[in-house]
Design a protein around this ligand. Structure first.
Ligand SMILES: O=C(O)CCC(=O)C(=O)O
Length: 255
């Protein structure tokens, strides 16, 4: 287990290909994902922001874990939380945002996620340490599904402010990223069974290609923090002002 933390600390990500989540919790989350995709969720609890499901492009529905009991059950699953904490070496893990990400098969370039560091979008936290994403597969993710690709060791390159989640121009994004001397670009795909997950640091470069399989790639990306993180003083964003609300920002793990 200590080895897993060392691997995460060295590579900036960790891939757990098989589920640690009990089958019934995973099944409820998968049903929840389908309901939310269809627009059926409790709008009094979490986000009401549903962009509509368009099978020709990546579907990204923000912060739906408070709005569906199956997804809430997944992000508060104790088996998942304690395994993530072993990997990241955290004393607690708190959810502060989520994204349901459904990449339809056949969506071609419009299903891609451009190379980026999450920190580009997360400036309401004082520092990068203690901020990471638990990306949970809700369907099998094979090499043809357009899996997440991590750039090994790139979290140690520092914050580059270069990249764009929403761009489909992978080659030009990559060409613009300043790679430090003596470092190189190595990509690792996160191949997962349904219920498997990856964890990545908010400075780790990642992106994903087109889904050329014959099934949608479904996942819940859960943005979490631990005791090393602190909101920027006086910040008024949604993400830092609900930390005391366990429906919106539940604990995934507490020691
Ligand atoms: O789902 C993907 O391909 C990318 C997701 C992502 O950028 C993230 O979870 O931080």
């Amino acid at each position: 287990m200590a080895d897993d933390h060392l691997k995460y600390a060295e590579e900036g990500y960790y891939i757990e290909p098989d589920p640690v989540t009990p089958t019934h919790i995973l099944a409820r989350a998968q049903s929840g994902m389908e309901a939310v995709r269809a627009g059926i969720f409790d709008t009094t609890k979490g986000s009401t922001d549903h962009p509509g499901y368009d099978p020709t492009r990546l579907c990204k529905i923000n912060n739906c874990h408070p709005s569906d009991p199956g997804l809430y059950g997944l992000v508060t699953c104790s088996e998942l939380g304690s395994r993530v904490a072993q990997i990241t070496g955290s004393r607690f893990i708190q959810v502060w945002a989520s994204q349901l990400l459904i990449k339809p098969h056949g969506s071609q370039d419009a299903g891609q996620v451009g190379w980026h560091q999450d920190r580009q979008y997360w400036q309401y936290w004082q520092q990068a340490e203690g901020l990471f994403t638990v990306w949970i597969a809700l369907s099998e993710v094979g090499i043809s599904s357009g899996p997440m690709q991590f750039v090994t060791g790139s979290h140690a390159w520092g914050f580059k402010n270069s990249g764009d989640f929403f761009s489909h121009e992978q080659d030009s994004l990559r060409a613009a990223i300043p790679i430090p001397d003596n470092e190189s670009w190595h990509e690792k795909p996160a191949l997962l069974s349904a219920g498997g997950f990856s964890v990545h640091h908010c400075l780790t470069y990642h992106g994903s290609g087109a889904n050329v399989s014959d099934a949608p790639r479904c996942s819940l990306a859960v943005h979490v923090r631990d005791e090393r993180s602190q909101p920027v003083e006086g910040d008024t964003s949604y993400y830092t002002t609900h930390l005391d609300d366990p429906q919106i920002c539940p604990m995934m793990y507490e020691s």
